[in-house]
Design a protein around this ligand. Sequence first.
Ligand SMILES: Nc1ncnc2c1ncn2[C@@H]1O[C@H](COP(=O)(O)OP(=O)(O)OP(=O)(O)O)[C@@H](O)[C@H]1O
Ligand SMILES: [Mg+2]
Length: 197
Amino acid sequence: MIILFTSFKGGVGKSSLAFNLATYINSIYITNDIIAIDDKAVIQIEPKKKRIPIQLLSETNAVLDFGAMSTQVDPKVSHALSICDVVIIPTMTDARSLQATIDTVNLVKAANKPIAIIINNFTNQKKFNQAAQRLINALGHLPILSIRSTTLFERVSRDGQDWLQNIHNDHGEHQLNKTRVAHEAVYNAILKLGGGE
Ligand SMILES: Nc1ncnc2c1ncn2[C@@H]1O[C@H](COP(=O)(O)OP(=O)(O)OP(=O)(O)O)[C@@H](O)[C@H]1O
Ligand SMILES: [Mg+2]
């Protein structure tokens, strides 16, 4: 399964979520970020390349993290859209992010792939509800997933994939472990949307 994370908006959590999902399903992670997560498992594609090298896509699973840019759409996003099984658009709850998310959905829907939005990095339930309503008003019903603000991403980047895969209810990790379960529910929903189990 090929899972594409994209958005016109920067800083909405594409890389954090995409990398965690790749870790969760033990797949390769490919990005067009110029400054990417510092990990040996990260595959970066140079800005001047127009397509994703095909040999990378022979893997069973791949998670693609491709910022769309705004004035010009990165051609790799069009390539990614044509080969992916599902498109995930993370957003924050502020007005600019929501507008960029609506624009992104309108760009990607021509590809006719399942789309889900993740409302990410919020603490206030009311803000989440308002954001979800704004999206539904503009786009009609589409799957909206949620990821609250968390320190989990810091732990993954500090302690790596092993930590995410092996976390137990160690002393002091109870809350983080609960968060991990919530994240896994979101990742499982994405896999289901992409046609997996
Ligand atoms: N749910 C969350 N809780 C806490 N911090 C978060 C959450 N999601 C994202 N962040 C933080 O927000 C910042 C931006 O996230 P990230 O780099 O994943 O976004 P991006 O969409 O890939 O950005 P860019 O467009 O620059 O590539 C990071 O510092 C990340 O740790
Ligand atoms: Mg990024």
